[in-house]
Design a protein around this ligand. Structure first.
Ligand SMILES: C[S@@+](CC[C@H](N)C(=O)[O-])C[C@H]1O[C@@H](n2cnc3c(N)ncnc32)[C@H](O)[C@@H]1O
Length: 288
């Protein structure tokens, strides 16, 4: 199963190739690394319109070079949500458009049945899924390690008219927090998580996907309430695959029934014959 990111008037995936992807965020075009784009660009004439190009260094970081410098930050609307976009030192823009392929599904899962829905959102970054779930009516617990990133997410919530929405903003290490929630016997109807390959908690706690993922999943299963709604698990780490991700959610199937879908997230443009794969997903839904 392939799910394509949505487009909006403020965002467009333009092309990919030669190890890079070209996208428009608002009025500005950016060229960023995408190691899986092993083909030639299909729209070579567009690449010179890039305002900024991110160059990854061998040591893991990177730098931007600009042909015309965009403002330090600008607002971008997506449906009725508003995000602040800015080119960051990691080459991120403050929003991962690849995850928009799940937005409609998450909104539908949250609002299905008209019952309250408590969502746990881990590795939550600038909060796109937090805002989306809150807009659909969920109570959300948003967890990220970086205080500045959580402040950014809060500003996005404010700009999206969600300042007073029931969102719990947590700055903590995911593994520590989830273990603590288990001890407190807190429960959630839904979990969204997008674990990076490597990360760090606020006190330098190491997150290494291949070492810690199973522990996280073991801690998450008992957090599900007795009316479990959904789990959305996305991952961008090379070597992962839809069958692997589906296997990792089988404990939900065994405990609660329901169904799992798994597949590849892609970016598409109607002018390009090729799609750009951006990661994998598995999503469990309690509804048959
Ligand atoms: C690639 S982003 C996830 C993208 C996000 N899910 C989205 O859709 O916008 C990874 C996030 O995980 C956070 N992170 C990394 N290690 C962490 C840890 N041990 N505990 C909590 N958050 C962590 C980072 O601060 C970063 O915001």
């Amino acid at each position: 199963m392939e799910l394509a990111a949505r487009t909006t008037s403020d965002y467009e995936f333009l092309d990919a190739g030669d190890g890079c992807r070209l996208e428009r965020f608002g009025g500005h075009v950016f060229n960023r690394p995408s190691p899986v784009a092993l083909w030639r660009p299909e729209r070579p004439e567009l690449w010179k319109t890039a305002a900024g190009t991110y160059h990854r260094s061998n040591t893991g970081g990177g730098d931007w070079s600009f042909t015309h410098k965009p403002p330090p930050q600008w607002p971008m609307k997506w449906d009725d949500l508003t995000f602040t976009i800015k080119p960051t030192g990691f080459g991120h823009m403050g929003l991962f458009p690849e995850h928009t392929c799940h937005w409609d599904w998450v909104s539908r899962q949250v609002s299905a049945g008209g019952q309250p829905c408590r969502v746990l959102h881990l590795f939550a970054y600038t909060g796109a899924m937090t805002l989306l779930a809150a807009k659909a009516g969920a109570d959300v617990c948003h967890v990220d390690a970086v205080p500045d990133i959580n402040d950014w997410a809060r500003r996005n919530a404010e700009a999206s008219g969600l300042k007073t929405a029931p969102i719990r903003w947590i700055t903590d290490d995911v593994l520590k927090f989830v273990a603590r929630e288990g001890r407190r016997q807190r429960q959630y109807d839904a979990i969204i998580f997008d674990p990076p390959s490597y990360g760090k908690g606020p006190e330098g706690e190491k997150w290494i996907l291949e070492e810690h993922l199973l522990k996280l999943l073991d801690l998450l299963l008992p957090l599900m309430s007795d009316r479990p709604r959904f789990v959305l698990f996305t991952c961008h780490t090379l070597g992962f695959s839809p069958p692997l991700m589906k296997n990792l959610l089988v404990p939900w199937l065994e405990k609660f029934g329901g169904k799992i879908e798994a597949g590849t997230m892609v970016m598409k443009n109607s002018h390009c014959k090729r799609v750009l794969p951006t990661g994998f997903f598995a999503r469990w839904s309690g509804a048959e």
